[in-house]
Design a protein around this ligand. Sequence first.
Ligand SMILES: Nc1nc2c(c(=O)[nH]1)N[C@H]1C(S)=C(S)[C@@H](COP(=O)(O)O)O[C@H]1N2
Ligand SMILES: [Mo]
Length: 177
Amino acid sequence: MAAMRLTTVLALAAMAALAALDPGLGLGLGPASAQAPAAAPPALTVDGDVAAPLALSLGDLAAMERVAVEIADKDGRRQSFSGVDAALVLAKAGAPIRENLKSTDAARYVHAQGSDGYVAVFATAEFDKGRFLIVDRIDGAPLLVRSGPLQLVAVSDDRRTRWVKQLKLLQVRASRP
Ligand SMILES: Nc1nc2c(c(=O)[nH]1)N[C@H]1C(S)=C(S)[C@@H](COP(=O)(O)O)O[C@H]1N2
Ligand SMILES: [Mo]
């Protein structure tokens, strides 16, 4: 419990630090971004069958309500993952989840894709009970380049197959007969 509260404090500090850093992330990373920082590609796109597609920067995500969860790896080593609830981001885009989930949405799913092309899918109905976090900090530190800057953490997926690293896209799609 105390560890969790410390994690929350760390996450809040991280949020402030990230928010302060974000404008800098669009600068000095390449000639194009130096010329047109406003045109930096979004860190995360949320689109497909949604009412209000989103293009989010790391700063946008860092400014949203934070959640943290401790998860042990297969060797029993506990790590703290913090970020934003994916359900909150999807709801913000008007995706058909939770109270917006209708019978006609039963065939819909979220296609989550990393910058290496890796894809995992999540049925929209899974968001009722499942916890899926868009993580930007592990143990209080930004993710390693090969995993981040964002990673989707499917809390109950012990095998971690759906823990999409370098997460860039959440796209609502539908399976068809
Ligand atoms: N972008 C991306 N994310 C990915 C993968 C991948 O190939 N690319 N592999 C997945 C699989 S199958 C597993 S088991 C875990 C492996 O994470 P680890 O190398 O940190 O154990 O990442 C998952 N996330
Ligand atoms: Mo895997």
